[in-house]
Design a protein around this ligand. Sequence first.
Ligand code: NAI
Ligand code: MG
Length: 353
Amino acid sequence: QNAQTVRLAVIPGDGIGPEVIAEAVKVLEAVTRDSGLAFAPTHFSLGADRYLATGDVLTDDDLDAIKGHDAILLGAVGGVPGDPRLVGANIERGLLLKLRFSLDHYVNLRPTTLFPGIASPLANPGEVDFVVVREGTEGPYVGNGGAIRQGTPHEIANEVSVNTAYGVERVVRYAFEQAEQRRKRLTLVHKTNVLTFAGGLWKRIVDAVAAEHPEVAVDYLHVDAATIFLVTDPARFDVIVTDNLFGDILTDLAAAISGGIGLAASGNINPSGEFPSMFEPVHGSAPDIAGQQKADPTAAILSVALLLRHLGARELAERVESAVTADLAARTGATRTTAEIGDAIAARVAQNQ
Ligand code: NAI
Ligand code: MG
């Protein structure tokens, strides 16, 4: 056979990370069997456990090695919140954000679907099927800030939001392309009435790019109003494009209305292909249930579907999504282990071969 081999960097991480990644890899193997697409995984030991063992968070060698891959699958990283041994590590900035910035993951893609059979905390959610395109390399998360007189009554702390025309335009263009392939509705979320400099830039660029997409209906919401509509009328959304911070917050709300953190998948995407894109469940390492086979691996498995779609294997991605949809619809409330859920989805994927 003439299989195309994808070099996959696998970062299982901490806590439930390795448990859910084992199931995601199981489903990936099941769906690609005899498909002409093969994955050659390299495991990277990164996260809180690695830091505690070696003192390293992400070395230049790690980063170079990861760059030599075609894509990245990540579980979750981070230890028990409040662990005093991890205070100096800053895994979030030193590992996750460093990967996103170094690999220029300017699109953080977070689809939200309320699958049949899944209970939403909303009484009447309607058809929920939208995707948040969150900017991933700018905004208030770039680390452009500092503090002086720390710990004194005269402390000054700055955290400056960085927005470039280049950075906004490329993510807005990506969002319009998504809208073209979906229901052709795009909503810009910002706070243009108060954040007039950044908001004005976002608004002008959306208006300019909109002129090239006459079929896409464009809407604007302030971020506070967006939280209202995500709860009262989530069905109105198709593609939401927004900045790094607003997107971080809105996507947790989106996960909550659509059945919870165990189902939310995401992609950190470098659309140019210059560096590997990274796919990961939205949830963290869940130390409260780690090592007990209690974690739902569905978010990690849906992240594999995003990975396959990114690589152009659309049919394989759809097969994973159908298997997940069927598994969710068949859930009875009986408790299954992480591995049992992975086995069930892998079996459905193999059946639909
Ligand atoms: P978390 O997402 O790990 O857990 C929040 C709650 O959701 C917990 O009760 C947990 O048991 C539950 N939960 C999470 N994933 C689940 C799953 N797949 N199935 C069933 N239940 C699940 O968030 P938390 O507790 O704030 O953070 C724990 C650690 O994870 C911290 O060190 C944090 O920094 C890190 N973290 C890492 C992320 C990443 O790697 N991308 C994202 C968020 C947090
Ligand atoms: Mg978050």
